[in-house]
Design a protein around this ligand. Structure first.
Ligand code: TXA
Ligand code: MG
Length: 349
């Protein structure tokens, strides 16, 4: 299949190119486009055969449901049974990096929801995503636009690397602002369950809802035979080719450990800006300043993709904090590391 690459400047939207994307979608085709979180691989959410094409293009298991994207919060009425808490969340966080799980209506085929009776709804803030959805006039089902198992794409190039020849069109609209996928919550009466942490933190959610339960799978490995609250929790995500090990210790001990380890192994360190000069001679990627979680979030997936291009035996990174945006980083990194954490102390360096 010939994939069209369509470049759109998010600050100067070209309506003809948006119309071209909408036409492809309305004809049942697949178009990848940027959102403020990561790039999405879009198809009409009301078209079962278009949804099937998404699963085929990604190599994604068909029981892992898709998020549907709308251009206005109230459009959720067409596809789901809403409630007052949905509108409170919408008023606070939409458009933006929040996905809400609601009971589905029959307008959404079961192929899109992996057979579940709920549907995941998100109203993205990115101008290109908004325009494409509005122009199409129908919700767009869009998982992250990566091949299943590889890191979510945060640039047009990442999507081209994974999807060229597999889908109808790719919109290149520059780098995604947040770099990690949306926060996913399920509404349970008056409380929320956090299924996937993202750009909207638990603290932010607590400003709107008194009770936010964090699903155990956000930080822990699923137990054998445990039924996940979200099908995506059971799949190993973002597995880099070389094993990733998270280092839990004081920065100076971690640095000493890395310097020693680099003498015996071909390693890559995902390092803070402040320690790059200290780690001279070590293969390192600058993930941002220690306290700058936003930059670390933005750079993580790109760093994992770069790691796959290098001749290395192991990737090391600091174990992230679990507070604020740190929880989203922690969740992605602990899964990429298959929960491998090494405690580093002065004694074991
Ligand atoms: O930021 C994002 O959310 C990006 C952009 C493109 O919008 N999309 C994204 O989609 O990350 P995807 O398919 O890679 O991840 C969707 C996650 C999966 O883990 C899936 O299991 C979960 O959402 N999910 C979807 N529908 C669900 C439902 N009805 N109940 C529980 N989990 C659901
Ligand atoms: Mg994904």
């Amino acid at each position: 299949m010939q994939t069209q690459i369509i470049t759109i400047d998010p600050e100067k939207i070209n309506n003809e190119k948006i119309a071209q994307c909408a036409d492809i979608l309305l004809c049942g085709g697949l178009v990848a486009f940027p959102t403020e979180t990561v790039y999405g691989l879009g198809a009409l959410a009301t078209d079962a055969s278009a949804a099937k094409k998404i699963y085929a293009a990604k190599g994604r298991p068909s029981d892992n449901p898709l998020i549907i994207h709308i251009s206005e919060p109230r459009d959720a009425e067409r596809y789901a049974h809403t409630c007052p808490l949905y509108y409170k969340l919408a008023a606070a966080f939409m458009p933006g990096p929040l996905t809400v799980i609601l009971p589905k209506k029959d307008t959404i085929p079961s192929e899109v929801t992996g057979g579940l009776d709920t549907v995941a709804i998100r109203c993205p803030a990115h101008p290109i995503a908004k325009e494409i959805i509005a122009r199409t006039g129908v919700a767009i089902a869009a998982p992250s636009a990566n091949l299943s198992g590889s890191p979510s794409p945060t640039t047009g190039k990442h999507v081209i690397d994974d999807m060229n020849g597999r889908i109808d069109a790719i919109v290149d609209g520059g780098e995604a602002e947040i770099g990690l996928e949306s926060t996913i919550v399920k509404i349970d009466g008056d409380s929320l369950t956090l299924l996937r942490p993202g750009g909207i933190t638990s603290d932010a959610l607590l400003c709107v809802c008194e009770k936010v339960n964090v699903a155990s799978a956000v930080t822990e490995a699923l137990k054998e035979n445990e039924r996940p609250l979200s099908p995506g929790m059971k799949y190993r995500h973002y597995a880099p080719n070389a094993p990733l090990v998270l280092l839990d210790g004081e920065d100076e001990d971690v640095q000493a450990f890395i310097l020693k380890q680099s003498k015996s192994e071909k390693i890559l360190m995902l390092a803070y800006t402040e320690e790059i000069s200290f780690l001279s001679g070590v293969n390192a990627i600058d993930v941002g300043e220690r306290e700058d979680l936003q930059t670390q979030a933005k750079r993580l997936f790109s760093a994992l993709r770069t790691a796959n291009e290098l001749d290395i035996d192991k990737i090391y990174a600091h174990l992230p904090t679990q507070s604020g945006l740190g929880l989203a980083l922690y969740n992605r990194m602990i899964r990429a590391a298959a929960h491998t954490v090494l405690k580093v102390t002065k004694k074991n360096i």
